[in-house]
Design a protein around this ligand. Structure first.
Ligand code: AMP
Length: 281
């Protein structure tokens, strides 16, 4: 496995791999890898000849006052984990290579980025779609792997690749959870023991929502209220949003029908966590 830091070096390597006629799988991450990331890597390893994992804490997707500075970074540990998964290349560029002085081009997906996390994190998805476009251009993958954990991100990226006629397939992999249900996330490392315990309310409430729908509840607001009620039993958890939208246009639903996304974001202390489930009604 090679760790490549420079764009020039990466491009040269990709040129060779293409010449050999190999298919390329890309897993974009911000590093500090966990089993959720590694499930995407395994997917790529199964499907593709050559696997690239990008590790880059992308400054332009963080808002003012968010955790860009504190975000955990450990390339040595990540490299060991990737090596164990037979990754071919880790690409970990510098900020000055990705956004040199005078950088001026951004990719913006409209509408789908307005609700849910977009409402509370202005500019976040613009940062994500811009960096992912750059990574797609650099790595030229046949397939790129993303997690349902970040459901809105996955839908926004899918829309971007369709609208801009990008020549690759996006693969969305299921959310990997801890045995007690907490969705794996790098940000879980910020939680104290008590906060982590409180965080279990997220998946518990989403599971309850699934049960209620299974039992025949079809009014979106009633399901949302049940989720909010369960979460509010945990004094440490502050709800940012609980929403139910359709999985295509991401429009809020009154009546539940078709494939729906139940998504939520909360703050536990200073830590912002998200989770979601997709349900076929
Ligand atoms: P991040 O490093 O947080 O930007 O995540 C990189 C990729 O891993 C994104 O596509 C995430 O959706 C995905 N991911 C993060 N956590 C999980 C998880 N628990 N299960 C599956 N995929 C995940």
């Amino acid at each position: 496995m090679q760790v490549i830091r420079s764009i020039t070096e990466l491009k040269e390597k990709i040129r060779q791999v293409k010449q050999w006629g190999q298919t390329i799988g890309l897993v974009p991450t911000m590093g500090y890898l966990h089993e959720g990331h590694l499930s995407l890597v395994k997917g790529a390893r199964d499907d593709c000849d050559f696997v690239v994992v990008s590790i880059y804490v992308n400054p332009i997707q963080f808002g003012v006052g968010e955790d860009f500075e504190e975000y955990p970074r450990d390339l040595t540990r990540d490299a060991r984990l990737c090596e164990e998964e037979n990754v071919d290349i880790i690409f970990s560029p510098s900020d000055s290579d990705m956004y040199p002085k005078g950088y001026a081009t951004f990719v913006d997906v409209e509408i789908l980025t307005e609700g849910l996390c977009g409402r509370n994190r202005p500019g976040h998805f613009r940062g994500v779609t811009t960096v992912v476009t750059k990574l797609f251009n650099l790595v030229e993958p046949d397939k790129a792997y993303f997690g349902q954990k970040d459901a809105q991100q996955a839908l926004v990226l899918r829309k971007m690749s369709e609208d801009l006629n990008m020549n690759l397939e996006l693969v969305i992999m299921p959310t990997v959870r801890e045995p007690d249900g907490l969705a794996m996330s790098t940000r879980n490392h910020y939680l104290s023991e008590k906060e982590r315990e409180a965080g279990l309310a997220l998946y518990r409430s989403l599971t309850r929502a699934e049960e209620l729908i299974e039992q025949g509840l079809r009014k979106s607001q009633e399901v949302i209220s049940a989720v909010e009620q369960l979460i509010n039993q945990e004094p440490l958890v502050e709800i940012e949003y609980v929403e139910i939208v359709d999985t295509k246009e991401m429009e809020r639903l009154e009546e539940l029908r078709g494939e729906i996304l139940i998504a939520l974001a909360v703050k536990i202390g200073k830590t912002r966590l998200i989770d979601n489930v997709i349900v076929e009604v």
